[in-house]
Write a protein that binds this ligand. Structure first.
Ligand SMILES: C=C(O[C@@H]1C=C(C(=O)O)C=C[C@H]1O)C(=O)O
Length: 258
């Protein structure tokens, strides 16, 4: 993963990449929240062989991304991996820092269900503004950035393993997923992540005006004025993003000695 320092992979560099991706996650949600739910985009449609517009859009967008070489990187994982076309253009091979079985690790089915069943109702309002094509494109952007963030867990796991093989190896050999989960969990880091994403949603989600806001200091607009409720961001990370990242870490580690 270039963003995490290529061959000089370190926990600090991977964590920096995760912090930068928080901005992209917050902005993707802010953009989608500009439209109401737009239920017809999710209804099975005859034109899409019984699939919804959103699923049709994701499948077609992934085929294009595959031709452009997007899925050559282990952190870019497609939602519909079957029958994806090969890259059409030369791709620069990145340093092989991960175990070859890393490509088998995916939690995209869980991300898909979480996004449509749990998250979308939390940050979009009921309604229909007719912008279905835009809605599908914005959902794809949200799904793609969430999936990338979560699958960077493969690199996190690799660094943690390299830093302490003596601690991880016996647990991997014993296939002890629960103890692996305990060992790779850093509660203090997770608390900071939750606070920071909430703050980012509060900061990026306010209207920027040129008038003086009498009585209000910069960056202190009430949560009701934010385009996405900041607590939704901390809930998203607390309940889904971080647990799924850790599932990726455990799944990767379980294959690390194969
Ligand atoms: C990603 C890491 O592993 C775990 C998952 C975290 C996350 O998803 O943000 C944070 C801390 C760890 O419990 C890490 O240690 O940085």
């Amino acid at each position: 993963m270039d963003a995490a320092g290529g061959e000089q992979l370190s926990l600090a560099a991977v964590r920096d990449a995760l912090v930068r991706l928080e901005d992209s996650v917050v902005f993707a949600l802010l953009e989608r929240a500009m439209h109401p739910r737009n239920a017809p985009a999710y209804a099975p449609a005859a034109a899409g062989e019984g699939r919804s517009l959103v699923e049709f859009f994701v499948r077609e967008a992934e085929a294009l991304n595959a031709k452009a070489g997007h899925y050559q990187k282990p952190e870019n994982v497609p939602f519909f991996a079957q029958d994806l076309p090969s890259p059409l253009f030369p791709t620069k091979s990145s340093p092989k820092v991960l175990h070859p079985l890393a490509s088998l690790v995916t939690v995209n089915d869980a991300i898909w269900k979480m996004y449509f069943n749990e998250l979308l109702p939390l940050f979009t309002v009921d309604g229909d503004d007719g912008s279905y094509a835009e809605t599908a494109a914005l959902d794809f952007a949200c799904l793609q950035v969430l999936s990338r963030r979560i699958h960077i867990g493969k690199y996190v796991a690799e660094v943690k393993f390299k830093d302490a093989p003596q601690d991880y190896s016996p647990l991997i050999q014993a296939k002890d997923s629960n103890s692996l989960m305990d060992l790779l969990t850093f509660k203090a880091v997770e608390e900071k992540v939750k606070k920071r994403v909430e703050k980012k949603a509060r900061t990026f989600g306010q209207d920027v005006t040129l008038e003086d806001n009498a009585g209000k200091q910069e960056g202190t607009s009430g949560d009701s004025e934010c385009k996405v409720d900041p607590t939704v961001l901390s809930k998203l990370y607390d309940q889904w993003v971080m647990p799924l990242t850790k599932d990726v870490e455990v799944e990767y580690l379980l294959r690390r000695l194969d």
